[in-house]
Write a protein that binds this ligand. Structure first.
Ligand SMILES: C[S@@+](CC[C@H](N)C(=O)[O-])C[C@H]1O[C@@H](n2cnc3c(N)ncnc32)[C@H](O)[C@@H]1O
Length: 255
């Protein structure tokens, strides 16, 4: 199995070797310079369904992006989803990528330089929980919420609901855990096998897993659906599942 290519203008990342050498003590995972340089390769080879989630974001922008509104990509990393939004949203809409990692924003500025130059996209280096989101028709969290402290997640989704225009949507992709212990253990094993087939060694997989342990906190699919309902979303559905990764959409009813 080989990785699916990203769009040529975004797929400039070097091969991910961040965890290839034995480390004495594995530090908690950070979106630092080393990760930013290889990010596109890392996410493509680590997250089953990533390419489909990007395709879905294009569809979402096309169907729900409203003229003269904002479309936010929260935790935009290198800007792959931001570019997808920009390709499908109405020309009068503003596309805004937000990330609190200076290294990722620097990478994103490079990847999206064509879109930034023609004012199609703007980027903000800030904590997404502090960003004003009012006037949005589409808000994307593509594998980002899982990195926020659990305690912040309910409030963020409630704020997203408030910020969306009627008829607006939130798109949420996440790693999830299964309620059933047998399924959970099989899905974990299949994810590990996926990464091996993507060329990661057992050492790389083990060290990255240790690094992410206290940083990426997955929840169940049901927890995400319940949170969307509690935040006010009248309807929510799962658009994608690839092993232990899912993508959901929450709809805010049109007025
Ligand atoms: C897995 S990456 C997201 C991938 C990206 N959305 C994509 O589609 O390629 C998670 C990103 O969220 C960012 N992030 C995590 N916590 C954040 C916060 N509180 N505010 C802003 N960005 C955050 C990280 O810096 C990182 O770039």
């Amino acid at each position: 199995m080989t990785s699916e290519p990203l769009k040529p203008s975004t797929h400039k990342a070097q091969r991910d070797k961040v965890y290839a050498s034995l480390q004495d003590a594995v530090a908690p995972f950070e979106f630092n310079d080393a990760v930013a340089q290889v990010f596109d390769d890392m996410i493509l080879r680590s997250v089953p369904g990533y390419t489909l989630s990007i395709d879905l974001i294009t569809l979402i922008a096309e169907r729900y992006g409203q003229p003269n509104t904002k479309l936010f990509d929260l935790g935009c990393s290198s800007g792959v989803a931001t570019r997808a939004l920009s390709e499908a949203a109405p020309e009068s809409a503003e596309i805004i990528g937000i990330d609190n990692s200076p290294a990722m924003i620097a990478q994103c500025r490079q990847s999206l330089s064509d879109l930034i130059a023609r004012n199609r996209v703007s980027l903000q280096c800030q904590d997404l929980t502090e960003a004003p989101l009012a006037g949005a028709s589409v808000i994307v969290l593509n594998y980002t919420l899982q990195f926020l402290p659990l305690i912040d997640r309910d409030r963020l989704l409630a704020e997203i609901f408030e910020a969306l225009t009627p008829g607006g949507v939130v798109f949420l992709a996440e790693k999830v855990v299964h309620e059933d212990t047998f399924c959970q253990s099989e899905l974990e094993a299949m994810h590990l096998a996926f990464k091996k087939r993507q060329g990661y060694s057992a050492l790389e997989i083990a060290q990255k897993r240790a690094a992410l342990e206290s940083v990426l906190i997955p929840e169940t699919e049901q927890k995400h659906l319940d949170r969307l309902a509690a935040a006010g979303f009248s309807h929510a559905a799962t658009l994608l599942r690839a092993i232990n990764f899912i993508a959901l959409v929450g709809w805010k009813q049109a007025a």
